[in-house]
Design a protein around this ligand. Structure first.
Ligand code: PEP
Ligand code: MG
Length: 586
């Protein structure tokens, strides 16, 4: 696809993952939305029919190309099968005949006729109480979205993924990102999102630049245009001039030099200048990210978000598949270990097959609530974790615990699983540690009661902040109101650490706040025992720790606790960061 000869233009957003990428832009949106409707004169009906046939042809070519790409990349045949199903939907003769018939009766544009015909099929499938058929409705929406985009001549539908590219989308759900060919991904640019949205987490974990909350008026971007994505300053530059290109090349070189310096820290311990050690581990979403964590010398995996593994396939993985995947990770990070977080679906992490709209998804069907309602699936995951513990150190962690009942119910199910495995003669680590995330204010407040029931806590600041301050973590309109340095958050973390230590259990932080070098002294000063951060942040955080003194961190926290505003707290942290590790903090 060729770039438009056009002037350079810039769009601003929120920088969420560092780095600079230059390449072509491609779209990831194929929204199944009602198209505009207009009348068609009888003499134009034939060309309208031809437009329809041409769009079917274009869509077929794209689907076939996608299938080939997947197989070429070594994808599994069962995944590629989905594209065969999409072709069947696309070429369903009943639908095509119906569209042609309606076109002649309604004398309306074929986009609108097709939309209405296919919508009836989708609605009837969705009304059937069978998850498999509901899933098929999503497939039909997917194909219909592609076809409608082709009818409206939207380049996104036929964009090829062959060349390295920056993805532009409204937002990227985990289920959108699993199918992406990561070897050609240069960056993520989205209209929605904030620092802790999953697009942002994913970009940081892949080590590619990410800019979210971009205000790009519709029609201003075309697939194939040359762009520079600046993940330091939150800018998307379209059609960069030679001068801009040179400026960014210089910036990339400077960054590469800094990264080389950071690399030298790989084998060094994560400790303050005066020798206070902290466990520094990595967060992963996919098993293969373990290498990125190990390469940077982190101590195991402090958060394995298993929902991504679920989305990677069209059917939920069974117990053997899960046991193998978790065991592979455990084995490769032994003896440091992996903390496997049980499924945290819902809210921004959709169930691929059940995207039912909820009025308040973050307050809805999410995390441990789903697992405790669907205990068969939960027990399969718990048994798989237990079985994996035979191959290396595994810890289990529950997400979104709101109080003691959920924790006790989860632990009771875990006991049941242990009993079953013992009877079946399947070995597992009898001393396996169990922890829970502290990411709801209710859990933080009740940490004293929760602590005796677990072996560790891991504070999930991404959710803790959104639920404490009532700021949706993926809504770019309120992203500026999402301050980690809010005095209430510092107090909640302090409470949780005290509760944990009183009960002799360790406490970590695995939310994005842990990976921000600005807050490294706060974490030390508050007495946190472990930090689990995205792979790209490991060495930056280690560098910060090694330039701090534990006494000054404690004094800092005493000072911060007397402050009332986010601004004062942030400014104080910034001053210390600049003094101690300014070159890497900028
Ligand atoms: C958190 O909430 O901080 C967390 C680590 O969990 P997630 O980002 O997956 O919701
Ligand atoms: Mg969370």
């Amino acid at each position: 696809m060729t770039a438009n000869p056009a002037e350079e233009c810039r769009f601003r957003g929120l920088a969420v993952s560092r780095g600079i990428s230059t390449g072509e832009i491609q779209f990831k949106d194929r929204h199944f939305e009602e198209p505009r409707r207009w009348a068609i004169q009888p003499e134009h009906l034939e060309s309208e029919e031809a437009r329809f046939q041409e769009a079917i042809f274009k869509t077929r070519t794209t689907i076939q190309a996608l299938k080939k790409q997947l197989l070429d990349r070594g994808g599994d045949h069962s995944e590629a099968h989905i594209f065969d199903a999409h072709l069947l939907v696309l070429e369903d003769q009943t639908v095509i005949d119906e569209v042609l018939k309606q076109l002649r009766q309604e004398h309306a544009n074929v986009d609108s006729v097709y939309y209405n015909v296919i919508l009836r099929y989708i609605d009837s499938l969705k009304s059937i109480d069978d998850p498999y058929l509901r899933e098929r409705a999503i497939d039909i929406e997917d194909v219909a979205g592609r076809l409608l985009a082709n009818l409206s001549d939207d380049d996104s539908a036929s964009a090829s993924n062959e060349t390295p590219h920056v993805i532009f989308a409204q937002d990227l759900a985990p289920s959108d990102t699993v199918g992406l060919d990561r070897s050609r991904l240069l960056g993520f640019a989205t209209r929605l999102g904030s620092f802790t949205s999953h697009t942002a987490i994913m970009a940081r974990s892949l080590g590619i630049p990410g800019v979210v909350g971009l205000e790009v008026p519709k029609g201003k971007l075309r697939a194939g245009q040359e762009v520079i994505l600046d993940g330091f300053n939150g800018v998307l530059v379209v059609n960069p001039t030679e001068e801009t290109r040179r400026k960014y090349e210089r910036l990339s070189e400077q960054q590469a030099a800094l990264n080389d310096r950071l690399d030298e820290l790989r084998g060094e311990p994560a400790q303050t200048a005066d020798g206070k050690s902290i466990i520094l581990s990595g967060n992963i979403e996919f098993g293969h990210e373990v290498d990125a964590v190990k390469r940077r010398g982190a101590k195991g995996i402090g958060l394995y978000r298993t929902e991504f593994f679920y989305f990677e396939r069209d059917r939920h993985p069974d117990e053997d598949q899960q046991a193998k995947a978790y065991g592979d990770v455990a084995e490769s990070v032994d003896p440091d270990g992996v903390i496997i977080r049980t499924l945290d679906v819902g809210a921004d992490k959709f169930y691929a097959d059940d995207r039912q709209a909820e009025p308040n998804p973050f307050l809805g069907w999410r995390g441990i609530r789903v697992s405790l309602a669907e205990t068969d699936a939960f027990k399969i995951q718990l048994r798989a974790c237990l079985r994996a513990s035979r191959r290396g150190k595994v810890r289990i962690m529950y997400p979104m615990i709101s109080g003691i009942e959920e924790l006790r119910q989860s632990n009771a199910l875990l006991q049941e699983c242990k009993e079953e495995l013992r009877k079946e003669g399947l070995p597992f680590d009898e001393n396996l540690e169990v922890g829970c995330m502290i990411e709801l204010p209710s859990a933080a407040v009740m940490a004293h009661q929760l602590a005796p029931e677990v072996d560790f806590f891991s504070i999930g600041t991404n959710d803790l902040i959104q639920y404490t301050i009532a700021v949706d973590r993926i809504n770019e309109r309120v992203a500026h109101l999402y301050p980690p340095a809010h005095p209430s958050i510092l107090r909640l973390i302090e409470m949780v650490v005290k509760a944990a230590h009183t009960h002799n259990i360790w406490v970590g932080v695995c939310g994005e706040m842990a990976g921000d070098p600005l807050f490294a002294p706060v974490m030390i000063g508050l007495g946190v025992d472990e930090l689990s951060v995205g792979p790209s942040q490991i060495l930056r955080v280690k560098h910060a720790l090694r330039h701090l003194n534990s006494a000054e961190c404690e004094d800092l926290v005493t000072e911060l606790m007397k402050m009332q505003t986010v601004e004062e707290i942030t400014e104080r942290c910034r001053t210390l960061a600049k003094q101690r590790y300014g070159d890497f903090y900028q």
